[in-house]
Design a protein around this ligand. Sequence first.
Ligand code: ATP
Ligand code: ZN
Length: 649
Amino acid sequence: MASEEQLSAIKGAKVLMVGAGGIGCELLKTLALSGFEDIHIIDMDTIEVSNLNRQFLFRQKHVGQSKAKVAREAVLKFRPHIKITPYHANVKDPEFNVDFFKQFNVVLNGLDNLDARRHVNRLCLASGVPLVESGTTGFLGQVTVHVKGKTECYECQSKPAPKTYPVCTITSTPTKFVHCIVWAKDLLFAKLFGNKNQENDLNVRSTDASSSSEHSEDVFERRADEDFEQYGRRIYDHVFGYNIEVALRNEETWKNRNKPRPVYTRDVLPLRPVGQNGNKDKASIGDPSSVSAMASLGLKNPQDLWSLKENSEVFLEALRLFFLKREKEIGQLGFDKDDQLAVEFVTSAANIRAASFEIPLHSLFEAKGIAGNIVHAVATTNAIIAGLIVLEAIKVLQNDVKSYRMTYCLEHPSRKMLLMPVEPFEPNKSCYVCSETPLTLEISTHRSKLRDFVEKIVKAKLGMSLPLIMHGVALLYEVGDDLEEDEVANYAANLDKVLSELPSPVTGGTILTVEDLQQELKCSINIKHREEFDEEKEPDGMVLSGWTPALAAEKTKTSDNGPSSSNASQTVPLESEDNDEIEIILKDPEILAAGKKRKSSDISVAVDSEIFSVTSEMLAKRKVEEDDSHNDIVMVDGNLDPNKKKRVQ
Ligand SMILES: Nc1ncnc2c1ncn2[C@@H]1O[C@H](COP(=O)(O)OP(=O)(O)OP(=O)(O)O)[C@@H](O)[C@H]1O
Ligand SMILES: [Zn+2]
């Protein structure tokens, strides 16, 4: 039961919720039932069928409608007298500026991506409004409190570096199913259906008799005289047969590894007379997006484990259907976990490769989860997290700083405890977002253009939407609706100039000021000229330091040695911004008991791209297990500096 003071804090509060999805639906319901009377909700999305299993405020009839508006209507049915103001909009829209934020007593995030989270963090800092931040990944979740000047901000902690696989593991020596998925998705699928100009590490050469006359020919191109069946079989034989044989020639590679087995269609599938496709064509007419190889082959259950023969049939059928039914999209397709045919193709290709390397096969359902880096959402976790958000919001409204807790919902409850509360830390003094610590950028001022700086640093790394760049009093770049034509032309011309040739030349020793007018975030960047960069480790051709690397900003990539960070060898394909989940497993029950006795010395464990602070005392009592299978990843940030942070007093 809430106390009198709590109730009056609740009743007098005006709160902003950002996100009305899995967490948001639970949160709105809990806020309303807890007595909150003035709630504003921003969500840019409309309701999808796939939301209905857990976003319980929505029904089938609401599909296609605004989440924020429907959530409001649903809650008003059982709390008709409260005020709920919905905005079907992106929180990054200019109308949600600092003045807009200032009207609220607290902001509650139920978002699913880092970009929006960082944006809200900055607006909360600029407006001085406390933020309660949240996230869930399957059974894991966290709620954190961020109050300007009192606790760390959302961006105070460095995020774990993006994980990639060494290219040779993917192209030559896979040992896990996830390696086969990355190969099927990022190499084979991309090669066959994606942009032809993209770099691709697949072996496209062949000494195959039929192609030797056309030496430079890309074997992945369909030949004029080939039907889809012949084309599919040729691709199959090339990637699962010939390429494996080529790889086997390198004896060194296989000295300490199991040798793979080349797989050819003739070994798995009997040759069908040309044009004989049974009832397959009848099965896949209509909307191209509903085309399915499984359906046309009569395979019904996505949780079934297909044999090598079935996978081979799905592979050929999916490839055939892409060319037959979706030819217009070929050349511009990117893998999408919601694209059934793409998932079927990738599953079957990964399984055939897995069979060749004696890696256990997986069902389509499992493969889809790995390919889309999906951890299935758990409604109960969202409900627990929503409850915790409201508890923290009430403390914030009462300015009860000593009681603030960062709370982590763990995978394996023990000693009957599921939740681990920890005290928040003070702001990080070297955070460029909430303290004014300057950043340093090493860049070739003779070669890099202002455009490179804007795209690779200001937008991608600093997450600014409406940047303004100044050198002393000279304005080098600005965006906005109210610019004069000549200003727009000047800035466009500047973008194409190298830094040292700008009207106010930027050279080593220059200090640039970069500002985002909407986020009211301003930071200084010390420029250091550097001529050479390592193409592999520093592909941007510039290095920013003092910056909190964010997982979401980086796109999935298979790379030789991974990024140049401390966890370079740890690798997982990250497909999109939303897929930055990392799980922790706390094996030892002691950690839970120790949860309240923390000291300021700490180690950080990353959860859902946030940082989970655990004391060294707790660490001594527990075992953190490492496992890089797709959904059991444990990461421990190597930084054990005991003086790094201080607990809020
Ligand atoms: N920039 C943004 N502005 C406003 N709302 C946003 C923004 N970014 C994300 N959201 C909203 O945050 C919510 C996050 O909810 P959730 O994590 O449940 O995702 P979902 O898209 O509903 O479900 P899923 O991704 O699992 O299919 C979504 O409703 C999404 O529209
Ligand atoms: Zn900060």
